[in-house]
Design a protein around this ligand. Structure first.
Ligand code: S3P
Length: 436
C-alpha cells in the first residue's frame, strides 16, 4: 500500500487516537498470568498487539473481545500457561518478542518465537544474555530470531546493570524475575518507560524502585485488575506535529498517556517553541493521562538534549520532520538505538527528508537537520510505521503531492491514522501499490 498526500495543512478539531501499544501488550501478558479476570478497555486494535493476543491464546489463555478495544482476559495464574503447539509469530513487534521471551524463560516448556522480515533482523542478544544467566537456554540465529526458548521454572535471580537504556530489556528481565528464586534487580543507565512496573504494582506485585534500580521478588502472585489503556502519546505525536506545522490550527487530543517516562517529545518540541499544554490531568490506575492542546507554532532549530532521548525514543522520526520544518539548524545526538528499531530510523528519515528537499546530514548517532520545508516527492517507509506517518505529516505542508510507499506497517500501531488526519482536514489517500 502507499499513501498519496495532497498538500493541505490540518485544521482545528478534537480527536482521540488509539490505545497505547506498550500498555496494551503488557495488559495482555500480565493479565494472562494474573489470578482472575482482567478487564481491559482502550486496547490498541493494531497488528502488533493482536500478535501478542494470539500468542497468549496459543498458550491456553481464554481472552474475549466484547469489542475491538475491550478485552476480558481469564487469567490462568503465574504458573498456568500451557505449551504452545506451534511457533508464536509476533509479526513486527520487538516489544512482544522481548517481553514474551522473559515470560517464556520461566515456563516448564519450550517455545519458539518468530516474526516478520523486520523483526527477524532485530538484535536479541540483549535479552538472551540476561535470561541465559538466569537459567533459561535460548537458541537463536546468531543473536537474531527465531528464538527457541528452553524454559526453566526455577530461574535464578540476577542483579543486572542494563548495558543499554531499554524498557524492553528491563521488562523482559523483571517478568522473568517473577519466576526466579530471590530478588531480581535491574539498573538502568537512563530512565525508560515504566509501564511494566506500574502495571505489576496495580496487580498487587511489590516492585521496588530506588533511583535507577528496580527490583522484584520472585514467586509473587499477580491479581487481576481493571485496565483503562490511555491513548498512545507516540501516535498522538503525529497529530501534534501536523497541528504545529499547520497555519493556524488548535487541536485537542483526548485522554493521552503522559507518563513522565514518555513525555520527552513534549519537552523537546516545547524547547523548539511549540505551544503544547496539558489539560484535565488525571490518573488511570498508575498511569497519568491528560488532554493535550496544541496550537500551530513557529519552531526554532535547537541542539536536542541527549538526556531526553530515552524519554522520547519512538518520537525521533516525527522530531526529524519538526526539525526540517523549523527555522535554523537542529542537531540530534545519542540516537544510536534508532538504528535497530523497525528500520534504521536515522537512515530512513534522512533518505525520506532528502527526497523531500530537506538538508540532512547523518552522523553515527544522530543527524544535523537544516530547516527549510518540504518539496513534492516520493519516499519509502522502509517497512517502518513511524517513518511512514512522519513523512505523511511532512506531506501535509509540502509544496506539492508526496507519495509514501510501503505504508502497510501503519496497521501495527495506528490503524485509523488516515481517518483521523483527514477528519482534521488533510487529504491523504491510501492505495494499493501498482505493480507490487
Ligand atoms: C517499548 C520500548 C522501546 C520502544 C518500543 C516500545 C516498550 O524499545 O522503542 O516501541 O514497550 O517497552 P527499546 O526498549 O528497544 O528502547
Amino acid at each position: 500500500m502507499h499513501f498519496l498526500v495532497n498538500p493541505g495543512p490540518i485544521r482545528s478539531g478534537t480527536v482521540t487516537v488509539p490505545g497505547d501499544k506498550s500498555v496494551s501488550h503488557r495488559a495482555l501478558m500480565l493479565g494472562s498470568i494474573a489470578d482472575g479476570e482482567t478487564r481491559v478497555s482502550g486496547f490498541l486494535d493494531g497488528e502488533d498487539c493482536l500478535a501478542t493476543l494470539a500468542a497468549m491464546r496459543a498458550m491456553g489463555v481464554s481472552i474475549e473481545r466484547p469489542s475491538d478495544t475491550e478485552l476480558v482476559i481469564n487469567g490462568v495464574g503465574r504458573t498456568g500457561l500451557s505449551a504452545p503447539t506451534t511457533e508464536l509469530d509476533l509479526g513486527n513487534s520487538g516489544t512482544a518478542m522481548r517481553l514474551m521471551a522473559g515470560l517464556l524463560a520461566g515456563q516448564p516448556f519450550n517455545s519458539t518465537l518468530t516474526g516478520d522480515e523486520s523483526l527477524t533482523g532485530r538484535p536479541m542478544r540483549r535479552i538472551i544474555g540476561p535470561l541465559t544467566s538466569m537459567g533459561a537456554r535460548i537458541d537463536s540465529r546468531d543473536g537474531l530470531p527465531p528464538l527457541v526458548i528452553n524454559g526453566n521454572p526455577s530461574l535464578t535471580a540476577i542483579d543486572y546493570p542494563l548495558p543499554i537504556a531499554s524498557a524492553q530489556v528491563k521488562s523482559s528481565v523483571l517478568i522473568a524475575g517473577l519466576y526466579a528464586d530471590g530478588t531480581t534487580s535491574v539498573t538502568e543507565p537512563a530512565v525508560t518507560r515504566d509501564h511494566t512496573e506500574c502495571m505489576l504494582r496495580s496487580m498487587g506485585v511489590d516492585v521496588r524502585t530506588d533511583g535507577n534500580r528496580i527490583s522484584v521478588q520472585g514467586g509473587q502472585a499477580l491479581t487481576a485488575a481493571t485496565i483503562d489503556v490511555p491513548a498512545d502519546l507516540s501516535s498522538a505525536t503525529f497529530v501534534i506535529l501536523a497541528a504545529l506545522l499547520a497555519d493556524d490550527a488548535e487541536v485537542l487530543i483526548e485522554k493521552v498517556g503522559v507518563n513522565p517516562t514518555r513525555t520527552g517529545v513534549l519537552d523537546i518540541l516545547r524547547s523548539m517553541g511549540a505551544d503544547i499544554r496539558l489539560e484535565n490531568e488525571r490518573a488511570l490506575a498508575e498511569e497519568p493521562v491528560a488532554d493535550i492542546r496544541v496550537r500551530s507554532s513557529e519552531l526554532l532549530g535547537q541542539a536536542i538534549d541527549p538526556g531526553l532521548v530515552s524519554l522520547a525514543i519512538d518520537e525521533f522520526p516525527a522530531l526529524f520532520v519538526a526539525a526540517a520544518a523549523a527555522r535554523g539548524t537542529t542537531t540530534f545526538a545519542g540516537l544510536e538505538e534508532l538504528r535497530v528499531k523497525e528500520s534504521d530510523r536515522i537512515a530512513s528519515m534522512a533518505a525520506g527528508l532528502k527526497a523531500l528537499g530537506a538538508d540532512v546530514t547523518e552522523t553515527d548517532d544522530g543527524a544535523i537537520v537544516k530547516g527549510g520545508g518540504f518539496s513534492s516527492g516520493t519516499v519509502q517507509s522502509f517497512g517502518d510505521h513511524r517513518v511512514a506517518m512522519s513523512l505523511a505529516v511532512a506531506g501535509t505542508v509540502a509544496d506539492g503531492p508526496v507519495t509514501v510507499h510501503d505504508t502497510q506497517p501503519v496497521e501495527t500501531s495506528f490503524p485509523n491514522f488516515i481517518n483521523i488526519m483527514n477528519d482534521l482536514g488533510s487529504t491523504i489517500s491510501n492505495s494499493h501499490e501498482v505493480g507490487s
